[in-house]
Design a protein around this ligand. Structure first.
Ligand code: MG
Length: 402
């Protein structure tokens, strides 16, 4: 009896409050054979659930889930309008679930299906923060002492908070960001971290697209002496062609692209060698199938992968990131938020990855090797609260990218 898809559903759960996760579960006609995938668009989770249950299910039921490539193309092409975050996430959930099923059917972990491991585990980077340069350095040192070799340094979240805002009367509420204060602080932070923590640790920083192009260039030049591993999201995807100027201005490795949806956004960056690391949120670009292709495209251009790995990637998505990391020669680094140590996550998911000496490991079970307890997941309801940090404004009150 050949395997066919019987049902496709979306599981929305928020084991960490404020972090809506969407997991797709595809069930088959074979007893006990199902797959899981990450479809997490945390800020707009309900349209993704609708896209999965109202559209992907009717497309996929009755099809062979092990024809992953053909099914991916059917999902992408069937809406005519494509490459938006809602549909890409819905497609990703189904795509990863089918890779999980294919692995289980063949009795192999997904990384084996992609050619096998080129490394035993993925080095990861953690996030250190603090309100002063010395406080950041102290937190970097804690990670070094715990065995990590890569640490992202931020001062006061994404920075730029100041008591000297000259905001006009009656300006709306929001997260006000002062670029000048931010730009003064970042080089001081790195000076302190290098002085206190030494030269061995690899340091990273995320601008989070908050600067004008010329200020991003100024900041890249200012941090050049501190030998960063990468400088992330210096500019938004819409400012892509400015990366040529940024690249020419400073010898600072550039990471870009957690906001990419569409190959039209990342292809020029890779072909022109304007970036060093591609940072996609893999559910956002449509799942493991396009991410695997993207990693292979990057290899001859000298671009490495650094898949997005915050708390609003589900554990299934983190495991998919890791399977890609294990098979990709041009892998760079994996972002890590420490989700696997949280009791609520451990309650809902089994087969989680683990960290040893700053490296993330996955198990060798067939498929992704991760499972979800649907009853436990129901305990943690999602909400539609608007996160405040996304309501960013400039000192004059203008709403800007967060
Ligand atoms: Mg980022």
């Amino acid at each position: 009896m050949s395997t066919i898809i019987k049902s496709v559903k979306a599981i929305a759960t928020a084991p960490q409050r404020g972090c809506n996760l969407v997991i797709v579960k595809i069930d088959t006609n074979q007893q006990g054979l199902y797959g899981l995938g990450c479809a997490t668009f945390t800020q707009r989770h309900t349209p993704v659930v609708t896209a999965v249950e109202d559209y992907m299910e009717q497309l996929l039921v009755g099809r062979d889930p092990t024809n992953v490539e053909d099914n991916w193309n059917v999902m992408m092409n069937s809406s005519y309008w494509r490459n938006g975050p809602v549909l890409n996430n819905a497609i990703s959930g189904c795509d990863m679930a089918m890779w999980d099923i294919l692995g289980k059917e063949l009795g192999a972990p997904v990384y084996k299906l992609w050619g096998g491991k080129v490394r035993e585990a993925a080095p990861v980077y953690r996030h250190a923060d603090g309100l002063t340069p010395e406080a950041v350095a102290e937190n970097v040192q804690k990670y070094i002492d715990a065995g990590y070799q890569y640490v992202r340094c931020q001062m006061g979240g994404y920075g730029g908070r100041t008591n000297y805002l000259r905001t006009p009367e009656n300006s709306p509420d929001g997260m006000y960001f002062d670029a000048l204060s931010y730009m003064r602080g970042v080089p001081k932070m790195f000076e302190a971290v290098r002085r206190i923590c030494g030269e061995e640790v690899e340091l990273l920083h995320d601008i989070h697209e908050r600067l004008t192009p010329i200020d991003a260039i100024r900041l890249a030049k200012a941090v050049e002496p501190y030998r960063l591993f990468f400088l992330e999201d210096a500019l938004p995807p819409e400012m892509g062609f400015w990366f040529e100027k940024l690249r020419d201005a400073a010898a600072v490795p550039i990471a870009m692209g957690e906001l990419y949806n569409n190959p039209l956004e990342y292809m020029p960056m890779i072909q022109n060698r304007w970036i060093d690391f591609v940072r996609c949120h893999i559910s956002q670009i449509g799942g493991a199938t396009p991410a695997r292709k993207l990693a292979i495209i990057c290899e001859p251009f000298g671009v490495r992968t650094a898949w997005h790995g915050p708390g609003d990637v589900s554990p299934v998505g983190h495991v998919a990131n890791l399977h890609l990391d294990l098979v990709t020669p041009n892998f760079g680094i994996q972002e890590w938020c420490g989700f696997e140590t949280r009791p609520e996550i451990q309650e809902v998911f089994t087969g989680l990855p683990w960290i040893k000496d700053g490296h993330a490991f996955v198990n060798d079970k067939p498929g992704w090797g991760i499972d979800i307890d649907e009853e436990k997941a129901k305990k943690y309801q999602c909400t539609n609260e608007q996160p405040r940090w996304l309501l960013a404004r400039l000192p004059d009150g203008t709403s800007v990218k967060a």
